[in-house]
Design a protein around this ligand. Structure first.
Ligand SMILES: [Zn+2]
Ligand SMILES: [Zn+2]
Length: 71
């Protein structure tokens, strides 16, 4: 998928899937994306964010029970 198509899709789905910001990876310094989204937990909605770097594999998020953070 083209990057521009992906960005357009994110903008269209901002209410459902959150928003994505371009950031620099703290590990390798390459451009990566920080994703902010909301998850519903037992009746209340909580805001979360995650960063995934496709260049070096860096990952961080604040989602409880995230499989990638546990590893
Ligand atoms: Zn990186
Ligand atoms: Zn995680």
């Amino acid at each position: 998928m083209e990057q521009s198509e992906y960005n357009a899709m994110c903008l269209e789905q901002v209410d459902n899937d959150g928003v994505t910001f371009e950031v620099n990876c703290p590990v390798c310094g390459k451009k990566t994306q920080e994703h902010h989204f909301e998850l519903a937990h037992s009746g209340c909605v909580n805001a979360h964010s995650s960063t995934n770097c496709s260049s070096c594999g860096y990952h961080v998020c604040d989602v409880d029970g995230c499989k990638r953070c546990e590893n």
